[in-house]
Design a protein around this ligand. Structure first.
Ligand SMILES: Nc1nc2c(c(=O)[nH]1)N[C@H]1C(S)=C(S)[C@@H](COP(=O)(O)OP(=O)(O)OC[C@H]3O[C@@H](n4cnc5c(=O)[nH]c(N)nc54)[C@H](O)[C@@H]3O)O[C@H]1N2
Ligand SMILES: Nc1nc2c(c(=O)[nH]1)N[C@H]1C(S)=C(S)[C@@H](COP(=O)(O)OP(=O)(O)OC[C@H]3O[C@@H](n4cnc5c(=O)[nH]c(N)nc54)[C@H](O)[C@@H]3O)O[C@H]1N2
Ligand code: SF4
Ligand SMILES: [Mo]
Length: 880
């Protein structure tokens, strides 16, 4: 075990970023104003000092605005004693009346390992049901299933440094530049140092990640299994099979036969591009195939994963420096959740719920009275169980399923109708929290202690820096208190996170003795002080193995210790129909995290893309009669959304893309999962979040508006979407019927009955500009008209709370520059500033822009966009 001081110079506490699975180390310092300053930890192996835009903005998200600060039962604030008593009593009663399978926990890959361990122990070992599942079902389940089928265990074999050591990195179904930015920067830096290193991106969409790609394969949605089957055939044809390694692998012949039968044409790729990919992969020994949600979130996700693993097994390119398949995890503790048995079909420490010996071992260790004997309900089925009344009490912890589950309207309706719903969250008002009978306030990142595991099996400490606000308590504490009140005092008697971690490490020793790979038993007797000083380390960590890679020598966790190659027959996603002719792809944007309860608090992060949107190809826009900046209605039998159009050539005609981040809190109709059906992979139960069939049409808005306000707005129109700006809010508006009295509308929107108004209203043309002032300062402004409003949005927002006379001009005075929409969120550099620098001729490379403006020099996440702007704005060469 390695230790390091928890604090470094000048009171910087070492902790870990709470966002993505890269798991960057952070140095955080209290700023004395209720916030934090953060910087990258140069000693952390994942990031070596780097941070992305989200990590850098963490200090802006720890304020108490919107926080849930006390327990609430049926809307009334109560004591912890009362709240815990109600939860314990109601759960115990349902279990007594209807059996253990009538209750469920729906938890999260963002829980700390200690929280996760306690939730899992309570449900599987003491309630005696396995009805605990996690949002990782929507995220990593297909990867888990694929690993278990191939390796006999859910083991990610490689390390981050393999991405730098590889000669070919294939990124499939991963927008690494936006979703794992620091890993992307590590690869970009490796390629800059070794330009001969090749990068291939496989994604139906052209993304920011393609910026460093030598080849972008715009694959047909869902066709990855056909691509990797074609690769397996090419491996055989090129003589690239590693016959020695194959003695550790079963199923090669069957896998190859199936691969030969599948049709590479279904990938939709140009023959030359496909051939180039096959040539690169077969001829490069050091190859890493990185994959993420474009693979996992599919009705054939497990098969896609095994099609990838087949290629690495056939060539023996696994578990050695610079090679291997690499499933990147999404949430900060998605990997920890897999280790601790968060899924309904797993036990702690990679042990199997369906294996009698494993069940017995865990039951013995826990001295548990009643052990779950069969897998519980997976997420989609769990909420179906809630809907049909088989689940009568559910506890939702650290996740927002009313927004992020497929068929989100049906999920919200089921939760609403459930007789007893408990939600543990840090945010008072979320779409899910609003449905709870009991709301329990958790401590947030920065206030709590525990550990997380990142994508390359590195376990790091999150440490508390800020005091616990109000009555907020750690998630593990809340769970353990309820367990005690359900009669399990002895098994849930921990006083500290360190005690939980030590118990978990001890159990992993038993798992190790049963042949498991997740064994960190070196830490089984760690003390509180050891835990406090625990330095990041990579598992395993036991007398047999400390860190390193797996499977290089080909010993697997199957009964005969051989890996399995699987015969894969590709399956296409749900068919499109005449009625629903568009393929809806969904995913993430650079500066927001999921349902924005934390990242949405940061004005800096909210500026990059401030409104829910749908990317549509120009040909489709033309045929739908949609112009730039129009609104589009997406619909199918499940739901309906209204989104701003972004006309772009990043996708092929017939495909559209919309982000997953907007909720009923932030927009009128942009919960994208209302459109995603609950179609799941038959093996993993993971939903197909990236291939819904939808109809698209112009939203026939009669008026459009844009507003800024120093106080929260009271939205009252068919379409609205809001975001933070420094000192207030901004909002886009639209509707089918224009208000008759614009001033009255604006007063209601801003809740400003009395304030002094300046108005410019042209009734004939339907134009209105209204600004409200108090003591000469701008309080709020509304611009509206029959066309999408052209106003310098960031400029207007920057005038809020400022001495103001000319807000109604809508743009800066001629002598003041308008920086335009933010491109670099870290240094706050706008698009107009960048354009001016490019067109001045003095900054013609990304590096020069960095030197001139600072843009792109902090986290680097905007560098792909800077490169795009350089191409867009460079003046044509002067004619000779
Ligand atoms: N900024 C930001 N970063 C995040 C998160 C966030 O909310 N915001 N969330 C974190 C979490 S939990 C996760 S799981 C990760 C997800 O990280 P990623 O998986 O990289 O992100 P996504 O945008 O969901 O999807 C990745 C890509 O899959 C592509 N895709 C869709 N269908 C297919 C297909 O059939 N085949 C292939 N090959 N590609 C396809 C999409 O076009 C998209 O570009 O991000 C993590 N990081
Ligand atoms: N269409 C579509 N849907 C998707 C996806 C997609 O790509 N497309 N991706 C899926 C994936 S990969 C994922 S991971 C999920 C993510 O989806 P969710 O997990 O539902 O989204 P979050 O916004 O991260 O929800 C976290 C909640 O926990 C709260 N919280 C924050 N900190 C704490 C804490 O310390 N304790 C507690 N108790 N609560 C806290 C937050 O306020 C928030 O309400 O979405 C899935 N849904
Ligand atoms: S890449 Fe960004 S979001 Fe991910 S862990 Fe690092 S700083 Fe956090
Ligand atoms: Mo995820």
């Amino acid at each position: 075990m390695t230790v390091q001081p928890r604090a470094v110079e000048a009171d910087h506490i070492r902790t870990t970023c709470p966002y993505c699975g890269v798991g960057c180390g952070i140095l955080a310092k209290v700023d004395g104003k209720g916030g934090l300053t953060v910087k990258g930890d140069p000693d952390h192996p994942a990031n070596k000092g780097r941070l992305c835009s989200k990590g850098s903005a963490l200090g802006e998200t720890v304020g108490l605005e919107g926080r849930l600060l006390g327990p609430r039962v049926f809307g009334q604030e109560v004591s912890w004693e009362d709240a815990l008593g109600v939860v314990a009593k109601r759960f115990s009663r349902v279990i007594a009346d209807h059996g253990p399978d009538a209750v469920a926990f729906y938890v999260s890959g963002q829980l700390l390992t200690e929280d996760y361990y306690v939730a899992n122990k309570l449900m599987k070992g003491f309630i005696g049901s396995a009805n605990i599942d996690t949002n990782s079902r929507l995220c990593m389940a297909s990867s888990v299933a694929g690993h278990k089928r191939a390796f006999g265990s859910d083991t990610v074999p490689g390390l981050y440094e393999d991405l730098e050591l590889a000669d070919l990195v294939v990124l499939t179904g991963s927008n690494l530049a936006w979703c794992h930015p620091v890993l992307y920067q590590r690869i970009a830096a490796a390629k800059a140092a070794r330009p001969e290193m090749k990068i291939v991106v496989v994604d139906p969409r052209r993304t920011a990640t393609c910026d460093i790609a030598d080849l972008h394969l715009a694959i047909a949605p869902g066709a990855d299994a056909a691509l990797f089957n074609a690769l397996l055939v090419a491996i055989a044809d090129a003589g690239a099979v590693d016959l020695g390694y194959l003695s550790n692998v079963a199923g090669y012949a069957e896998a190859l036969t199936a691969a030969c039968a599948s049709d590479p044409a279904t990938t939709g790729l140009p023959a030359a591009d496909l051939a180039e990919f096959l040539r690169l992969w077969t001829s490069t020994e050091k190859v890493v195939t990185v994959y993420s949600q474009g693979i996992n979130q599919s009705s054939s996700g497990s098969d896609k994963v095994n099609a990838i693993l087949n290629c690495h097994l056939a060539t023996g390119r696994i578990g050695r420096p610079g090679m291997g398949p690499f499933s990147v995890t999404g949430q900060p503790n998605a990997m920890g959740g897999r280790e601790v048995g968060g899924l309904a079909n797993m036990l702690a420490c990679h042990l199997d719920l369906e294996n009698q010996a494993h069940r017995d071992a865990v039951q013995g260790f826990w001295a548990s009275p009643t052990m779950a004997q069969k897998p519980g309900l997976k997420a989609v089925d769990m909420f179906r169980g809630v809907a049909d009344g088989t689940i009568k009490a559910i506890w939702i912890i650290h996740t927002n399923p009313a927004v992020t589950m497929p068929d989100a309207d049906a999920v919200a309706a089921a939760v609403k109708a459930c007789p007893f719903v408990v939600v543990s969250d840090i945010t008072a008002e979320t779409d899910t929290a609003r449905l709870a009978h009991v709301l329990l306030p958790a401590t947030a990142w920065g206030e709590k202690d525990g550990s997380v595991t990142n994508s390359d099996r590195t376990i790091s400490r999150q440490r508390s820096i800020l005091p616990r606000p109000g009555k907020a308590r750690p998630d593990w504490w809340i769970l353990a208190q309820v367990a005690r009140r359900m009669g399990h005092g002895q098994a849930f008697a921990w006083e500290t996170e360190a005690e939980i971690f030590a118990e978990y490490a001890a159990l992993s020793g038993i798992a190790g003795a049963l042949g498991g790979d997740f064994d960190i038993s070196d830490l089984a007797s760690l003390s509180g002080a050891d835990y406090d000083a625990l330095a990041p380390f990579t598992w395993p960590q036991n007398p047999r193995q400390r860190g390193g890679r797996f499977f290089g020598t080909g010993r697997f966790h199957t009964p005969d210790a051989r890996a399995r190659m699987l015969p894969i027959t590709p399956r296409a996603p749900q068919l499109l129909t005449l009625e629903h002719p568009f393929r809806l792809n969904t995913g993430r944007i650079r500066d927001q995290w999921h349902t924005m309860t934390r990242s949405g608090k940061s004005p800096r992060l909210s500026q990059h893309l401030a409104e829910p949107f749908v990317e549509v190809h120009p040909a489709d826009a033309t045929s739908l009669n949609i112009r730039p900046d129009d609104l589009v209605v997406l619909s199918n039998g499940h739901g309906r959304c209204i989104l701003r159009v972004l006309i772009s050539r990043n996708l092929a005609p017939g495909q559209i893309f919309a982000p997953m981040h907007w909720t009923a809190e932030t927009a009128s109709a942009a919960r994208i999962d209302t459109l995603v059906p609950g179609i799941v992979d038959p093996i993993s139960g993971q939903p197909e979040s990236k291939a819904a069939a939808v109809a698209a049409a112009l939203y026939p808005a009669q008026w459009f508006g844009f507003a800024v306000s120093a106080t929260p707005l009271q939205p009252q129109s068919d379409y609205w979407a809001r975001a933070r700006v420094p000192g207030g809010w901004r909002m886009e508006l639209a509707g089918l019927h224009a208000p008759e009295d614009w001033t009255a509308y604006a007063r209601a929107l801003f809740d400003l009955a009395e304030a002094e108004a300046a108005t410019v209203i042209d009734t004939k043309r339907g134009l209105a500009r209204i600004a409200f002032h108090a003591e000469g300062r701008l309080l709020a402004a509304l611009f509206a008209g029959p066309e999408p409003v052209a106003v310098a949005r960031d400029h207007l927002a920057s005038r809020l709370n400022e001495p103001e006379t000319a807000a109604l001009a809508g743009r800066p005075r001629a002598d003041l520059p308008d920086p335009g929409a933010t491109v670099c969120a870290c240094l706050n550099v706008g698009i107009n500033t960048i354009r001016a620098a490019i067109q001045s001729g003095h900054a013609l490379t990304v590096a020069a822009l960095g030197e001139a403006l600072g843009a792109g020099t902090s986290c680097g996440s905007c560098r792909p966009e800077l490169a795009g702007l350089l191409t867009r704005f460079k003046l044509p060469e002067a004619a000779e």
